[in-house]
Design a protein around this ligand. Structure first.
Ligand code: ZN
Length: 79
């Protein structure tokens, strides 16, 4: 699992929609990649605002904007 893989799976990871093996790979990556750990933390905070301790699903357009922002962020940090 590389940074791109983590970003691709990030919303599934936070939603808990991943199988155990993929989840484990992401967590292993987060253990040694500060960039991705930070992105996951920020995304979790963003999701928490929408969830507000209730299991509210992130609206699709918000989720897509989030994905786009994360993709851009990762591309910038790699260049
Ligand atoms: Zn990474």
């Amino acid at each position: 699992m590389n940074c791109k893989g983590v970003v691709r799976e990030i919303s599934n990871y936070i939603d808990g929609e991943l199988d155990a093996a993929t989840k484990q790979e992401i967590e292993r990556h987060l253990g040694h990649c500060d960039d991705c750990a930070m992105v996951v933390n920020q995304t979790k905070m963003t999701v928490d605002i929408f969830c507000d301790d209730q299991p509210v699903e992130l609206p699709k357009d918000v989720r897509e904007r989030l994905h786009e922002a994360l993709r851009r962020k990762m591309q910038r940090s790699k260049s």
